[in-house]
Design a protein around this ligand. Structure first.
Ligand code: COA
Length: 309
């Protein structure tokens, strides 16, 4: 950063000197106005063009050398604080206040513009913090297929979200044996912060029509309540037809899942084993996908094995 600022200042001084000499040589009116401290339109235009000429390239140089865009606006601040007052000293009282204000205010945006012209990647990616999502950075969340390199982190998320290893082990077992399956992760600036899994179910012992179960879904506790779980669920629903599934079942809180279109399964004569039966819900992926289809929903055997532990 220091090197970048140094390069920017040297570049700024060089350009300023060159620009002033060129202007004085090529534009007699400007040279004549200087000693008399007159405020004229040519004077204003020339000073503003010097501001652009000076700031944009020197901010680009600062950014290039520092490898960090913050160097450009640091340079802008430096020019305002150190260089401009001394440069304006002899003419400060001779020009209208708005002229000085416009000049000063334009420097930092010009410096930022200079930094943006340089196609650099920040040397270290922006750190991912829970606050960074709360500040409205949901657009940085990418829902993508889980990869092998994600397995360890997914285990951690399942464990911390559920406060134990049952669901984490369940995911490991489902990965091994569920086919087809859909496993998605929420990726925030290369940090996995959520995970969702879909596995096939049978209806009255058959896989026709083909349907899935959504379970488990988990979000890193530090990142909960910010729309990540909903984004995972919506993406899973969107991608399910490609797996051949015409409906999705789940067991969970209807207050949460009804917002995605899930409805209670009991009135549609679906049931499942165990104490979860009253909470079984279903979503048709196409209108009438399960029309006339009722019956007992059997989850993947991994669920029974895990519950039996
Ligand atoms: C459930 C979970 C995946 C939701 O993810 P999230 O990113 O926190 O959720 P979102 O920010 O998209 O949605 C937040 C909403 O979900 C609601 N919600 C979260 N967990 C809920 C639950 N267990 N029951 C009912 N509602 C719940 C919140 O009250 C909030 O409601 P609001 O929008 O009306 O304020 C996450 O809270 C989690 O990992 N929980 C622990 C594991 C778990 O219970 N998984 C679900 C069972 S498989």
């Amino acid at each position: 950063m220091i090197g970048g600022l140094g390069a920017g200042v040297v570049c700024a001084l060089g350009i300023a000197r060159l620009a002033l000499r060129t202007l004085q040589a090529a534009w007699p009116e400007y040279a004549a106005a200087l000693p008399q401290k007159e405020f004229t339109l040519p004077m204003l235009l020339s000073r503003l063009s010097i501001a652009v000429l000076l700031t944009v390239p020197s901010a680009s140089a600062a950014t290039l050398v520092a490898g960090d865009r913050r160097a450009s606006w640091m340079l802008g601040c430096l020019i305002v604080v150190v260089w401009l007052p001394s440069h304006l000293h002899y003419s400060w009282a001779d020009y209208p206040l708005w002229y000085h204000a416009a000049y000063l205010v334009s420097i930092v945006p010009l410096a930022v513009l200079g930094g943006r012209l340089v196609p650099i990647r920040l040397s270290s990616p922006t750190p991912v913090t829970p606050r960074s999502v709360k500040r409205g950075n949901m657009s940085q969340i990418r829902i993508r297929a889980e990869r092998q390199a994600d397995h360890e982190r997914v285990f951690e998320i399942e464990q911390s979200a559920f406060g134990g290893q049952i669901q984490a082990n369940l995911v490991e077992a489902l990965r091994e044996s569920a086919n087809p399956s859909l496993s998605l992760v929420a990726d925030l600036n290369h940090k996995i912060v959520g995970h969702i899994f879909f596995s096939p179910v049978t209806l009255d012992g058959t896989r026709s029509p083909a349907a899935a179960q959504l379970s488990p879904v988990a979000v890193d506790p530090e990142f909960q309540g910010q729309g990540i779980g909903s984004a995972l669920i919506r993406a899973g629903i969107e991608q399910s037809p490609a797996k051949g599934w015409v409906a999705i079942f789940l067991v969970g809180n209807p207050l949460f899942y009804s917002r995605f279109g899930f409805e209670m399964a009991k009135p549609r004569s679906h049931s499942c084993s165990g104490p979860h039966d009253p909470f079984l819900q279903v979503l048709d992926l196409a209108p009438g996908a399960l029309h006339g289809v009722t019956g007992h929903v059997e989850f993947h055997p991994a669920f029974a094995e895990i519950e039996g532990e």
